[in-house]
Design a protein around this ligand. Structure first.
Ligand SMILES: *[C@@H]1O[C@H](CO)[C@@H](O)[C@H](O)[C@H]1NC(C)=O
Ligand SMILES: *[C@@H]1O[C@H](CO)[C@@H](O)[C@H](O)[C@H]1NC(C)=O
Ligand SMILES: *[C@@H]1O[C@H](CO)[C@@H](O)[C@H](O)[C@H]1NC(C)=O
Ligand SMILES: *[C@@H]1O[C@H](CO)[C@@H](O)[C@H](O)[C@H]1NC(C)=O
Ligand SMILES: *[C@@H]1O[C@H](CO)[C@@H](O)[C@H](O)[C@H]1NC(C)=O
Length: 232
């Protein structure tokens, strides 16, 4: 019983180690596969476009990641205007953690990346409608036979009047709604005031009646008193 138990206990152990070997093999295969296909990866993030108001400043995001490390990584940004690729900036990152020297070849471009965060994003200042289009982030790592990697980010420029129109319609709607509400309130108030006036008038009539009655009695009393005083 005991040896069997130890044996049965040993089987899962060997199975576990087999799994570990299997997992390690898969990881190795993945890494080799990655090394051959995607040693360097360039990404603009999950969202591949941005909508920006004309006149605003936009971030064109791009990051790289490398499985095998980088050496003299060349990167650039291009603006694709109907087929032609205009270079906006480029630079070389000598090694991981060493900041690149960046050449700016395009107006209103500022490099804000950092090799410490493998970030090669740029800012485009004061965008105009002419800036609309596709921006390509490009990187090439000599460590992997100058294979080219790129990612495309799209910029959509919108007029700020769009939102102004919205606010104007919201203002108009709220004003109209307010006026309608005010009219309703005024009508209700008017009805209430008329009702109160009517009630007050009715009360006044009653008061007049009662007061005249009191007056009569008072007069009567006074008359009686007057009549009584001379008698006394
Ligand atoms: C945005 O574009 C409109 C229309 O071309 C223009 O009138 C407006 O001044 C622009 N806004 C900015 C901030 O440049
Ligand atoms: C290409 O760009 C030029 C200006 O750079 C413009 O005049 C022309 O209409 C564009 N062509 C197309 C097909 O968009
Ligand atoms: C962007 O526009 C502002 C105001 O119009 C100006 O002061 C600034 O210098 C511009 N920036 C660039 C990089 O053109
Ligand atoms: C890259 O750096 C800029 C400036 O520090 C930052 O705004 C941006 O979020 C960074 N992008 C990524 C993907 O980390
Ligand atoms: C990478 O792109 C450059 C042009 O930007 C080209 O000269 C080079 O041949 C490309 N390399 C590969 C491996 O495709």
């Amino acid at each position: 019983m005991d040896p069997r138990k130890s044996g049965s206990a040993g089987v899962p152990r060997s199975a576990r180690s087999g799994d570990a070997v299997h997992v390690a093999g898969v990881i190795l295969a993945l890494c080799v596969g990655v090394w051959y296909s995607q040693a360097l990866e360039v990404s603009v993030g999950k969202v591949h476009f941005v909508e920006a108001m004309n006149g605003s400043t936009v971030l064109l995001p791009c990051t790289y990641s490398s499985c095998i490390g980088i050496k003299n990584l060349y990167f650039s940004w291009h603006y694709n205007k109907n087929g032609t690729m205009d270079k906006m900036c480029d630079g070389v990152i000598p090694a991981e953690g060493i900041e690149p020297h960046v050449r700016i070849l395009w107006p209103r471009v500022e490099f804000i990346g950092s090799s410490k965060t493998t970030n090669i994003s740029i800012l485009l200042w004061n965008v105009t409608f002419d800036d609309e289009g596709e921006y390509t982030c490009f990187a090439r790592n000599p460590k992997e036979k100058n294979r080219n990697h790129s990612a495309i980010f799209t910029l959509i420029v919108v007029d700020e009047l769009k939102e102004v129109d919205n606010t104007v319609t919201i203002i108009i709607l709220s004003v109209v709604g307010g006026i309608i509400g005010l009219i309703i309130v005024i009508m209700v108030l008017k009805a209430l005031v008329l009702f109160i006036i009517r009630k007050v008038q009715e009360k006044n009539k009653e008061c007049l009646v009662s007061s005249s009655g009191i007056d009569n009695t008072e007069n009567g009393l006074s008359k009686a008193e007057n009549k009584a005083t001379p008698k006394a």
